[in-house]
Write a protein of this length. Structure first.
Length: 224
């Protein structure tokens, strides 16, 4: 008997930047979960609909440009995404996808909100240009590709358990996993899916320690 592989849908469209969906898809394929990975979006064969998400295990929202224009394209899908996760689906948000998991504006999937890290007190990065940021991922130092990613502000008394995976140097939350209804949400501000080409194309030195392990840990945490 053939066992059906879990389906992972990665958004690709106007709310993303070229290369971001492809890197998230590559990370999902590299994970231990044997995903059947497909793109979903306005110009893809699979559209972002309730029917498509109804047979999916994971929906991934990759990085992109700025939040305002992205939300204007994604807000029509707010209820669809929320229903998918509440019904047991998994949401993965990378950088802009992390912003979109917040509430103002966004899908409102986390017990709190997402905000701009570089505007926070004591932020170690002051530019919106691509750079490298060092986080503490489960207590270990991990350099990651970063470009104006979010931090995650938790409500004073979160109504659901939150597993903080990583913190920025100033203590702000850089990655977390939490429940939403019967589903799970995993978000990260930097880009653990970034490979060496991202760093080279941005004129940055590729760190000796790859962020892929952190990205795989995020996937494992949201799947468990």
């Amino acid at each position: 008997m053939t066992t059906r592989r879990p389906l992972a849908l990665v958004y690709r469209g106007g709310a993303t930047e070229p290369g971001c969906p492809e890197s998230v898809a590559a990370l999902l394929r590299r994970s231990r979960w044997n995903f059947d990975v497909h793109y979903v979006g306005p110009r893809e064969r699979v559209k972002l609909t309730r029917a498509a998400l109804g047979v999916a295990t994971v929906y991934a929202q990759p990085g992109g440009a700025t939040l305002g224009p992205a939300w204007r394209q994604m807000r029509r899908h707010r209820d669809t995404v929320r229903e998918f996760v509440a019904g047991g689906g998994r949401y993965l948000g990378f950088c802009l996808g992390g912003y979109l998991a917040g509430a103002t504006p966004g899908f409102d999937l986390i017990p709190g909100d997402a905000d701009q890290y570089i505007a926070s007190t004591g932020a170690g990065v002051a530019t919106t240009d691509a750079t490298t940021v060092e986080v503490r991922w489960r207590g270990y130092r991990q350099p990651l590709y970063f470009q104006d990613g979010p931090l995650f502000e938790l409500s004073p008394a979160p109504h659901t358990p939150v597993d903080v995976l990583a913190n920025y140097a100033n203590g702000q939350v850089a990655a977390l996993v939490t429940d939403f209804g019967s589903g799970r949400v995993g978000v990260v501000g930097p880009h653990p899916e970034a490979d060496s080409h991202w760093f080279a194309d941005s004129g940055l030195r590729t760190p000796e320690s790859s962020g892929v392990a952190a990205g795989l840990d995020l996937i494992d945490a949201v799947m468990c």
